[in-house]
Design a protein around this ligand. Structure first.
Ligand code: G
Ligand code: G
Ligand code: G
Ligand code: MN
Ligand code: NA
Length: 254
């Protein structure tokens, strides 16, 4: 209950900030995207997102956080663009409870207009689990998905490989990117099974015309193996950890 109040005051006092983790083309090492990741910037509180995000979901506060992150991300893109920085597509994590919310679609539309952006500036990261749950509810001709597509906003599936055993849903929708969960990348170089899973996910992604990104790349050995398995893209501490906006500006202009 105390944490619930603290999250509410943190939202009104602007204690949340965004860091951005660069995403790379694994062969050229060109930056192809940025993932926005929330941080609680306070001297007194030191909760990490993997603690307060699940809590906010339980307490019915996640829509407030998601709305806040969308606004901050769009504002930051506009701010970089005003500095004449060429900004790659920015990926925003959307919680499972929010993906078929009409309010969030309206908010995204408004923020795009207010900041002179286009759909090409944005990508939404949705976990495999929440995507499938939403399809069960709304059916395969999912209206929120087609709305985003029309706007040119990309969709990526986060934490891929951990959510579901049935993959048939992938045929029915336009997914732009699949992000292989970092647990597989971690185990891949010493476990043959994990390497097989990674290579199957890459083939599957390419079959449905999605690009495939590996999460949590920490070693050069992992990067080389992923290239040999035809993985397109990657993010992880080997290249860069999530960075504050000033550092991203330097990185994009260097
Ligand atoms: O950044 P970090 O690795 O600490 O994030 C931990 C978890 O919190 C990840 O699963 C990530 O998806 C989630 N997360 C981070 N930032 C956001 C955000 O802005 N919105 C939502 N809904 N989840 C986030
Ligand atoms: O669940 P999601 O993929 O959104 O989580 C992203 C989280 O992964 C972020 O909190 C980020 O800090 C973390 N992360 C990013 N790169 C790496 C990495 O190379 N290794 C590990 N262990 N975590 C990473
Ligand atoms: O610096 P930051 O607060 O974003 O780091 C978040 C977590 O990621 C911390 O637990 C930190 O130890 C870890 N971390 C940061 N950089 C690296 C890195 O280059 N490699 C690994 N393995 N962990 C890192
Ligand atoms: Mn993510
Ligand atoms: Na992930």
């Amino acid at each position: 209950i105390i944490l619930k109040n603290r999250i509410e005051t943190a939202l009104t006092d602007n204690e949340f900030i965004l860091h951005f983790q660069p995403q790379y083309n694994l062969k050229t090492m060109e930056i192809i995207g940025l993932e926005a990741l929330i941080r609680w910037n306070s001297d007194e509180v030191c909760y990490r997102p993997d603690e307060f995000i699940p809590f906010a979901e339980q307490q019915g506060l996640i829509h407030l956080i998601d709305n806040y992150v969308i606004k901050m991300a769009c504002q930051q893109i506009a701010n970089w663009q005003q500095q004449n920085i060429h900004v790659p597509r920015v990926a925003i994590n959307i919680s499972s409870q929010q993906i078929n919310s009409k309010t969030i679609l309206k908010l995204i539309d408004n923020e795009i207009v207010n900041h002179n952006l286009t759909g090409a500036n944005l990508e939404l990261e949705i976990t495999e689990y929440s995507l499938v749950e939403s399809l069960k509810k709304e059916g395969k001709q999912d209206s929120w998905l087609s709305h985003l597509h029309q706007k040119g906003i990309h969709i990526s599936i986060d934490d891929f490989g951990t959510g579901y055993s049935s993959l048939s849903y992938l045929q029915h929708m336009n997914i732009n990117r699949i992000k292989i969960d970092r647990s597989f990348i971690e185990e891949m170089t010493h476990e043959k099974d994990s390497q097989s899973i990674v290579s199957s996910i890459i083939a599957l992604g390419h079959n449905v015309n999605a690009t495939v990104l590996a999460e949590g790349i920490e070693t050069e050995e992992q990067r080389r193996l992923l290239i040999s398995l035809s993985c397109d893209e990657g993010q992880g501490y080997l290249m860069n950890k999530p960075l504050p906006p000033e550092d991203i500006a330097k990185l994009l202009t260097s």
